[in-house]
Design a protein around this ligand. Structure first.
Ligand SMILES: NC(=O)c1ccc[n+]([C@@H]2O[C@H](COP(=O)([O-])OP(=O)(O)OC[C@H]3O[C@@H](n4cnc5c(N)ncnc54)[C@H](OP(=O)(O)O)[C@@H]3O)[C@@H](O)[C@H]2O)c1
Length: 308
């Protein structure tokens, strides 16, 4: 991406804020926006894209903006669609007009969460497995993917899952808080997926925009951390590592339970493991295992706490 700049959209979200930090650290030229350039307003996007307030031509648009409140979306479908489907299309059109490549984020919720059955256990979802979203959020994200490629062929859609990170509400912080406050926590043990540190994904995105031209075919890619666990397993490891690092000092029992004990408007996918063979081969990379990344995330918390 020599002599070209990145426009990061959704820079105050969990992933966007992390990506902004990585761009800064790597010294890559970028401009970042969030709600001030409303992605549901095509004119605002076009005007901003045309303004080019950066020293280099616009080479990349990275879209981390989304409507991510899965349950709220069921009663707010129109707004969810405006952001996740029409907003995605608007951004792809702006990319097409300016000749920029697009990285657009999507989700495991484009699948139905029942898994692709082989002999016995389900296998991880591949990029070309049929989508079948079950709720408004998944449906609007799936339709967003379709429109992205219709509007701008020079697009990469990255489907990810179970994100946590330094910026914004996330499962790890919620668990740590509950484990400090309570003698016991119940965590669902019938949903399997791959916890993913936003920093690992942000680093991958930065690698993608700096890779040699033409080395990365356009299309859909899956990315999560390696490994597959239930939320209960994940919570157990948070507890174990939290104790080891001295973040948790008291005792708390982590108990498995069924999803029915936490009723939600949208059933969460029972199985949402994504196959990452394509991204690993294409980028010639290894992906960190979820528990190693969790350790790094928690160690960083400890260091920051010590500095404060
Ligand atoms: N979080 C996960 O576990 C997860 C899992 C799978 C896939 N993903 C996907 O990964 C991507 C990033 O997710 P995230 O968790 O980082 O999202 P997030 O934290 O919810 O951030 C989304 C950002 O978009 C902004 N935004 C909302 N409406 C906007 C508008 N009209 N114009 C411009 N910006 C607007 C939000 O602002 P406000 O905060 O003010 O609304 C927020 O800063 C999304 O595409 C999501 O679907 C996330």
């Amino acid at each position: 991406m020599e002599n070209s700049a990145v426009w990061l959209i959704g820079c105050r979200g969990m992933l966007g804020a992390e990506f902004s930090r990585i761009l800064e650290q790597r010294g890559l030229p970028y401009t970042a926006t969030d709600r001030e350039i409303d992605v549901t307003d095509p004119a605002a996007l076009a005007a901003f894209a045309g303004k080019r307030p950066w020293p280099f031509p616009l080479g990349w648009i990275v879209n981390c903006a989304a409507y991510t409140a899965v349950d709220k979306a069921e009663d707010d479908a129109e707004n969810c669609r405006r952001l996740n489907t029409l907003g995605a299309a608007n951004i792809a059109r702006a990319a097409q007009h300016t000749g920029a490549k697009l990285i657009h984020l999507s989700t495991d919720y484009v699948f139905n969460g029942r898994g692709i059955k082989t002999a016995g256990a389900p296998r991880p979802y591949r990029e070309d497995d049929p989508t079948d979203p079950v709720g408004v959020y998944g449906l609007t994200k799936r339709d967003g993917e379709t429109l992205v490629f219709q509007q701008n062929k020079a697009s990469y859609v990255i489907r990810t899952a179970w994100l946590y990170g330094e910026y914004g509400k996330n499962f790890v912080d919620t668990m740590l808080r509950l484990m400090k406050e309570k003698a016991g926590v119940k965590v669902v043990n019938d949903q399997t997926g791959s916890p993913t540190w936003a920093r690992d994904l942000a680093n991958l995105m930065a690698d993608m925009i700096t890779i040699e031209n033409d080395a990365l075919p356009y299309g859909v890619y899956h990315y999560t951390n390696e490994g597959a666990v239930t939320w209960f397993d994940f919570a157990g490891e948070i507890y174990r590592q939290g104790q080891k690092l001295g973040i948790l000092t008291g005792n708390c029992t982590v108990c498995p339970c069924a999803s029915e004990e936490f009723p939600a408007k949208v059933n969460r996918p029972a199985y949402s493991v994504l196959d990452k063979t394509k991204i690993k081969k294409t980028m010639n990379m290894d992906i960190p295992c979820w528990d190693k990344s969790l350790a790094q995330f928690l160690e960083q918390k400890v260091k920051e706490h010590a500095r404060a």
